[in-house]
Design a protein around this ligand. Structure first.
Ligand code: F6P
Length: 319
């Protein structure tokens, strides 16, 4: 039997635990011995590599975070520590590794593969949704739902006062979380790092809205914008004339019960990762793309029977 390991690197996401559960189950199904590396690349260097079994993953599918821990490893950037990591993997005869993480982690793994030939597959996992080549990263849907719940709650209090609420989302340099949340939570203002804005352009419109009866504002801003959220709140007070409050959602966005979508994506990502490694995709990242909208004739829509997705049906075999 061959040995395969998995580790989590960088910011954790809700969806990692469902991935770990499926990793163990699907590895065993494929006659592979599954191993967990605790605490990311740090654990690879410190030899925290343990055999995994069904017992370890029982009851974790509904939990956020990761039971094997994650880390941002500076040491793995250094050749000498990658050599230690390779020795640790060799001692256990592991030559396949799945990494749940972001592009920084994948870059590190790419170097590791080129130096030592450790076969690897990356599963894009970050709430920031900022990995090029994939339209979806694990954890994003859960983060969006956490943000939605928070904004909906804030709306309750906002509507009871005449105030502006500035809500800051995570995302580093990527405005995805802020933009999707603003669109789906009915915000009046959305500021993201990718788009240049001029606050003065909103002044006339917002003042007019107040004259016409608007009582409160919801502004969703991404952490990567040029101003501090407090400055946006001050702008509401000084230029628009409404009392304001700031809510930084912070790490609440990284936790929580993984949504159905993230659990399903975890399942699919891990399936593809293991299948790829077993079929000579030895240095890759599983990327996801969905087709956009398209117009179809009524005839085609109304007279064709809906077919359950063939990929989903394939997964049915496990039951
Ligand atoms: O990359 C995920 C992320 O949550 C970012 O959105 C955020 O800027 C950063 O990690 C926070 O990092 P840390 O958990 O190390 O404070």
């Amino acid at each position: 039997m061959k040995n395969i390991a998995i580790l989590c690197s960088g910011g954790d996401v809700s969806g990692m635990n469902p991935s770990l559960k499926h990793f163990v189950e699907y590895s065993l199904q494929n006659n592979l011995n599954p191993y967990f590396v605790h605490d990311g690349f740090e654990g690879l260097i410190d030899n925290k590599i343990y055999k995994a079994s069904h017992q370890h993953v029982a009851g974790i599918i509904n939990r956020g975070g990761t039971i094997i821990g994650s880390a941002r490893s500076k040491r793995f950037m250094l050749k000498e520590f990658r050599e230690v990591a390779k020795k640790n993997l060799d001692a256990l005869n592991i030559d396949m590794l799945i990494v749940l993480g972001g592009d920084g982690s994948f870059r590190g793994m790419d170097i590791f593969y080129k130096e030592h030939g450790v076969k690897f597959c990356g599963v894009p996992s970050t709430i920031d949704n900022d990995i090029s080549g994939t339209e979806y990263c694990l954890g994003v849907d859960t983060a969006l739902n956490v943000i939605k719940d928070s904004i909906d709650n804030i709306r309750d209090t906002a509507s009871s006062f005449s105030r502006a609420f500035v809500i800051e989302t995570m995302g580093r340099e990527c405005g995805y979380l802020a933009l999707v949340s603003a669109l789906t939570c009915g915000a009046e203002l959305c500021l993201i790092p990718e788009v240049v804005y001029d606050l003065s352009e909103y002044e006339k419109r917002f003042k007019e809205q107040i004259k016409n009866g608007r009582r409160y504002f919801i502004a969703v801003v991404s952490e990567g914008i040029k101003e501090d959220s407090k400055e946006i709140a001050l702008w509401f007070e000084e230029k628009i004339g409404v009392e304001s409050r700031v809510t930084v959602l912070g790490h609440t966005q990284r936790g929580g019960n993984p949504t159905t979508y993230d659990r399903l994506m975890a399942y699919k990502f891990v399936n593809y990762a293991i299948d790829g490694l077993l079929n000579d995709k030895v240095n890759s990242v599983i990327c996801y793309a969905k087709k956009g909208f398209e117009y179809k004739s009524i005839d085609e829509v109304a007279n064709t029977k809906y077919q359950l997705d063939s990929e989903l049906l394939k997964y049915l075999k496990r039951f």
